[in-house]
Design a protein around this ligand. Structure first.
Ligand code: G4P
Ligand code: NA
Ligand code: NA
Length: 194
């Protein structure tokens, strides 16, 4: 997606060979107009899939997920990373290991928001090693619901996540795919010719 790539080039910062900082429009301050356009793009890509719900994970997946839900006119569920005061009903839970942060967290979704006839679109901001996305897939499968696809804003294609998900037969649509982050320079994998 041109608009997102341009925003990454103008406002993103490659702070190492592995990490892209996008606090200016996604992870801290949010560019709401850009999120709105991203929602339209995902809605277009998954228009034929009869999606019933969107699933994401707090916190940075929520903004693009809500914009996509708005376009598809479906609810958005975000998996929680911390026990909540009010989240006291039966839970689907799985553990997610972050190689980047070297921590393992339990993530949860209340059973009552997913059921076996749901067709789910997963949305997340980053795809690195795929552990967050795989955790969400696990929660959705625990509910016997179907994962229709995964929509990612920024895929770091030099890490293993995209391939892992595709190897499971899952459709992955990434709006920006980064080939490398060498010497502070962001290199994209060029967009498919349409
Ligand atoms: P994985 O799920 O693909 O295996 O990714 P990983 O464990 O490495 O990611 C852990 C956290 O770091 C996630 O955010 C993820 O979005 C974020 N992340 C991974 N790579 C990058 C990067 O290059 N740049 C930025 N800005 N973030 C990255 P989180 O801890 O869940 O936090 P939140 O922002 O969603 O609250
Ligand atoms: Na994040
Ligand atoms: Na995220």
């Amino acid at each position: 997606m041109r608009l997102l790539e341009e925003k990454i080039l103008s406002d993103g910062e490659a702070i190492s060979k592995e990490v892209l900082k996008v606090d200016a429009f996604l992870n801290h301050q949010i560019d709401s107009k850009l999120m709105f356009e991203i929602g339209k793009e995902f809605a277009k890509l998954f228009a034929n899939e009869e999606i019933t719900k969107i699933v994401t994970i707090e916190s940075s997946g929520i903004a693009p997920a809500v914009m996509t839900g708005l376009q598809l006119n479906v609810p958005v569920i975000f998996a929680r990373k911390q026990k909540s005061l009010t989240l006291n009903e039966a839970l689907l839970t799985t553990s997610v290991h972050s190689f980047t942060k070297n921590v393992t967290n339990n993530i949860s979704i209340s059973k009552k928001y997913l059921n076996d006839n749901d067709k789910i679109l997963i949305i997340d901001d980053f795809l690195a090693n795929g552990q967050a996305a795989l955790g969400l897939v696990d929660l959705i499968h625990q509910a016997n619901a179907t994962v229709v696809g995964i929509g990612i804003l920024i895929e770091k294609s030099f890490q293993s996540g995209a391939q892992k998900l595709k190897d499971l037969g899952l459709r992955v649509e990434s709006l920006a795919r980064i080939e490398s982050l060498e010497n502070g320079v962001v290199n994209f994998i060029s967009e498919k010719v349409e």
